[in-house]
Ligand binder design. Sequence first.
Ligand code: CP
Length: 313
Amino acid sequence: MTDSPWTRKDLLGIADLSAEEIEHVLDTAESFREVSDRPIKKVPTLRGRTVVNLFFEASTRTRSSFEIAEKRLSADSINFAAKSSGLLKGESLVDTALNLQAMAPDLIVIRHGHPGVPHMLARRVEAGVINAGDGAHEHPTQALLDALTIRQHKKRFEGLKVSIVGDIEHSRVVRSNVLLLGKLGAEVTVAGPRTLMPVDMESYGVRVVHSIEEAVRGADVVMMLRVQLERGARMAFPSTREYFRLFGLTRERLKAAKRDVIIMHPGPMNRGVEIASDVAEGRYSVILEQVANGVAIRMAVLYLLSGVHQEIG
Ligand code: CP
């Protein structure tokens, strides 16, 4: 056996993880990063393992990032498209899961619009389950890739001032991030209109403000979130132009942040709504580094949940 602190079957949320486990995923991801820089981007680590990708909600980054990570680890991937599945013929999600389990996959990656679906699946199947986003609940691999990006730039979390601005109400990214950053000792501020702020947000141990200027002032990290119009945010403010006027990140507003601030966004990004184009592409932006780190984090999570590290040990 190795001395790895990772003995979990599933990755369902950041809420379950200790600070030690989080740091271990980040360290493991660092060791996988160089695979993506090789001319032949493949290692045999998960050869003979089968990973099923189950996406019941749209995804660009998370889905392609998991698929690339699986290919780079030499796993056999099966992509299950919800739109062409038995679910449309009345099959329940549990029956779909049990049928998939009968084919003996090693890992299942699932994104679903309802909170708790990955947890239910994890109780019903022997395969390891990875939550790739469940409703407005959690998105643990996003928070881990965000943490990897922050650590690369800032080298620490303790006392780091991180401000997360936008549609807090509908965001699974913010929940996973405040849990993770809190466990690692960062000082987190969340900001957004009152109509897009959950009433219990302070119970997460964060500072809550309703002005982007206040959130950006003195920040080491500014993370902008998309306004999730498709989840009901359209009713929360008069127009996207008004939203940008009050909460959009502009170069002018950014001047109040620390001189070495980094700007993050999980995507998909709405330019001219939550962030100005010149900020998204400007010198402080690390948005595409987040995407690159997503592959390394997902390689690390697939590797640790597969149990291969214990077999090697
Ligand atoms: N960040 C994120 O979850 O993006 P996708 O919805 O494109 O996967």
